[in-house]
Design a protein around this ligand. Structure first.
Ligand code: PAP
Length: 330
């Protein structure tokens, strides 16, 4: 049965059989739990990862060399990575692509324009040749800061970090994994999945530990890490976009402000615009995922439509305990 199900899965969901020989001893000695979709999750350096991501993380740790001029987007899964990729790509390349009608976002997913380190560039034991990338290079990752390649920590590269309130993060993750899960595998209940999330067993989880690591760093090194929340970006996108531009040292000029550049970028990258583009409605990533799975509602507070009072209390209690004393409110 397992073999039959495995045959139904796209490559990016395959598990044990994709592991290269050199990683087997290490990975198969790690703590293991059932994953949310198909692949098991393995606990590596305090965080849970599907096997394919994990192999990518280890390859990336060994081979990725950050440069001082790099920008790296670190996000917790389902916190608005797709949106942040679109925004930062457009912001950084606004001189090269000034005209919205010919913009790369109209024909490519943000995930193809800004590759993930662990599950795109360094996936399946490949070591990409990054020498032809123009500077500044832009990458994205869900890797928790404690597992990030050492050169990212040591170099002058800048990090934009994005997270989201845990209740919407959880609901978005649950909906996403439900969509990817082959029907033959049956469904996994909301209660069961919430229990896994609360125990920290989710992709790049524990969610709270991922966020706390970076909160500490961003308060210590504000020139290195910009800490953003999806909820704030939805509430006040213009302020946050200007803040990202300042942090990445490409602030809006007076002329750009007067000509409405800020609003133009936000409109191009908005949920309504991106989710309705043909490429994002019907296209697929080179890795196999359908682009449309990254667009669902794009709102704050959808958790109210899914979680019971008990579930909310449970999540709020854990969040309060985990974040106590950190000064962070999610
Ligand atoms: P990833 O971690 O798999 O890369 P990510 O992009 O972080 O996914 O999260 C997807 C969420 O961002 C979805 O949230 P929802 O399930 O609560 O709806 C998705 O709808 C939302 N999203 C995608 N694009 C945008 C956008 N342009 N503006 C706002 N939210 C967006």
């Amino acid at each position: 049965m397992q073999g039959q199900i495995s045959a139904l899965l796209p490559k990016y969901l395959h598990q044990e059989e994709v592991v290269a020989h050199e990683f087997k001893d290490l990975i198969f000695s790690l703590p293991k739990e059932n994953g949310w979709v198909a692949s098991s999750l393995y606990k590596y350096q305090g965080f849970w990862h599907p096997i394919r991501h994990l192999q990518g993380i280890i390859t990336c740790q060994r081979h990725f060399q950050a440069q001082d001029s790099d920008f790296i987007l670190i996000t917790t899964p389902k916190s608005g990575t797709t949106w942040l990729k679109a925004i930062v790509f457009t912001l950084m390349n606004r001189m090269q692509y000034p005209i919205v009608q010919y913009h790369p976002l109209l024909s490519k997913s943000p995930h193809d324009l800004v590759p993930f380190l662990e599950h795109r560039l360094y996936v399946d034991n490949q070591i990409p040749d990054l020498s032809s990338m123009n500077s500044p290079r832009l990458f994205a990752t869900h890797i928790p800061f404690s597992s990030i390649p050492k050169s990212v920590q040591d170099s002058g590269c800048k990090i934009v970090y994005l997270c989201r309130n845990p209740k919407d993060t959880f609901v978005s993750m649950w909906q996403f994994s439900d969509k990817l899960r082959p029907r033959e595998m049956g469904t996994r209940s909301l209660e069961e999945t919430l229990d896994m999330f609360c125990r920290g067993v989710s992709i790049a989880g524990p969610f709270w530990d991922h966020v706390l690591l970076i909160t500490f760093l961003s308060s210590l090194c504000p020139h290195k890490v910009l800490f953003l929340k999806y909820d704030d970006m939805i509430e006040n996108p213009t302020v946050n976009l200007r803040c990202i531009a300042d942090f990445l040292e490409c602030p809006f000029s007076i002329e750009e402000e007067e000509s409405g550049k800020v609003e133009e970028i936000l409109k191009l990258c908005s949920f309504g615009n991106l989710s309705n583009l043909e490429i994002n409605r019907t296209g697929k990533l080179s890795s196999g995922e359908e682009n449309k799975v990254f667009f669902r509602q794009g709102k704050v507070g959808d958790w109210k439509n899914h979680l019971t009072i008990e579930m909310v209390e449970k999540l709020d209690r854990i969040t309060e305990q985990k974040l106590r004393g950190s000064g962070l409110v999610l």
